[in-house]
Design a protein. Structure first.
Length: 103
């Protein structure tokens, strides 16, 4: 199946076909199925984001690394960046790799 060029914003959880439609951080080449997979990961991120926001008040005394909602958000975010790194242009691949390189 043919791949299309997409413009991705992790911050706003968007995948755009047209460069000028909105701001973006990264570029990928993806099949429709791969695009759908990334969109699903963005939906999961949104759900975890809401779960962490709702839980803030009762969880003020819980350390970040002991909070299930934070763990879910982190796992979804890492999965999204892993897929973006796999599908990314050369520049996107370098950027994503640099995010996970120990400094």
């Amino acid at each position: 199946m043919d791949k299309k060029h997409y413009y991705v914003s992790v911050q706003s959880r968007t995948i755009l076909e047209n460069q000028g439609d909105a701001s973006y951080e990264l570029e990928i080449e993806a099949t429709p199925e791969e695009r759908d997979q990334l969109e699903e990961l963005f939906k999961e991120l949104g759900e975890w984001d809401q779960a962490t926001a709702v839980q803030v008040a009762p969880a003020l005394g819980i350390a970040y690394h002991h909070d299930e909602s934070n763990d879910g958000y982190d796992a979804s975010l890492k999965a999204a960046y892993a897929l973006i790194g796999k599908l990314g242009t050369a520049e996107t691949q370098r950027h994503v790799a640099s995010m996970f390189t120990a400094r």
